[in-house]
Design a protein around this ligand. Sequence first.
Ligand SMILES: [Zn+2]
Length: 493
Amino acid sequence: MRKHILIAILFLHYPTFAKESVLIENVTVVSSHLQRPLQKAHVLIADGRIKTVSSSNIKKTVDTQVIDGTTLYLAPGIMDSHVHVSSIPGMGFGVEPVAQKNGALAEDYYKQQPYSFLYYGITQVVDPNPGLEWTKFTSSKVHPDYYRCEVITARSTFPLVEKNDELSKSMFSYIVEQDVAETALNSPEQIVKRIAESGASCIKVYFEDGYGDESQWPLLSDDTLKRIRKSALPHKLPLVAHANALDMYQRAIDAEVDVIAHGLWNWGEFWRETEVSKPMHGVINQLMSKSIGYMPTQRVIAGLGELMLHNSHGIPEFSKVTPKELLEWYKQPSAQWFKEELRAGFDELPDEVIARIFLKDRMGKGNKILQTLTEAGYPLLLGSDFPGSPSFSNQPGLTTFLEMKAMADAGVSLVAILAAATINNARQFNIDEDYGTVEVGKVANLLLLKQNPLTTVDAWSNIHQVILHGEVFDRTDFAADTMANKALQRTSR
Ligand SMILES: [Zn+2]
């Protein structure tokens, strides 16, 4: 008797007792491989993959879950190729002091985080600095497909040089010793080999000599970079670079990286220089001629600016992606530490002025570069760098959507945004055989949208259902504030 009740409860709360296949009828397919959306299509999903895409009816059995797609649009799931799942908005990485001090809040956050990405239709992520908590993300029973880069750094270079406690330093395990004698274990070649063996999908290197106009930190040496570049090739590991200033961009291009993981927003004098100069066009042309991937990451800048505005922790969308207790914590004085750091960094300028520096000047500069690339028809990559900083203005999932909106605001076309969010990212990270389009054979990570994403960017947030490896979820299943989500969490491993 007891057993029966238990089974009944499981049936009520957990949707895995799904039918063997899913058939979506009369749907409009939106996918970058199509010249125009395919109307009245029938799409069959089985064993987690797309089995058939057809203009004529597909036979169904009793084991087929049928979805009427008459008013819906079927698009590939979104891929954000720059997120940090170990980093908690408002706290920093899990090993850092603020997160350590607020352990229970941090754990709640990590539990909700995978669902928050899915709530916004993000079904694949690349994490270029996974820290130590990424396994919390992948051990959630339901989570976006997860790919990671591993960071190669040296003790004297960013980001290791910026961390000042031992626990934070423990985030980095691939350290080249540029200053002491090389051993068989710490040569760049051996480190790249170890990264490949760890199952990582890419390598991240930092070109950061100081924030803003500062330049106090050394970079990895040319010799080290050359050896990393050379040994990454046979392992097919793309080289992803952190760079956002003009001089750092040049260094990254010279090091023949595959992707630059930040927009070029750090150039010229504040306010005065707003036009793309000749030398800058030179750098952008090099980037394009070497086919280096470009991630605008405008939300990094927006997140810093919005933090300085009064109600930055009050927008209603947060309640869908952020645990309530964490939202309450953001209002506490102790949660304002990063805001205070920013104020100090800007010599106590008024908050509104600091906000304007980010939201108008820096974002304006990022937009200019986006426009230049867009005019040249250069393909972009969707990468939000969520959360981008310890700012609590960026929240999981929502940030990726806002990044897409920022691209639209900068003048990037909806066709280009679709490609950036799907096939371009899949190609750049060598997973386009499985992801990026609605085509037969690909993994069934798909979205059923209520609006056409080629008509409005808001369609990406008007999600009816999320399909993950062929399993159909209602969007509300993932919301931080619904009971359905609580049920999902209870059954998680
Ligand atoms: Zn990042």
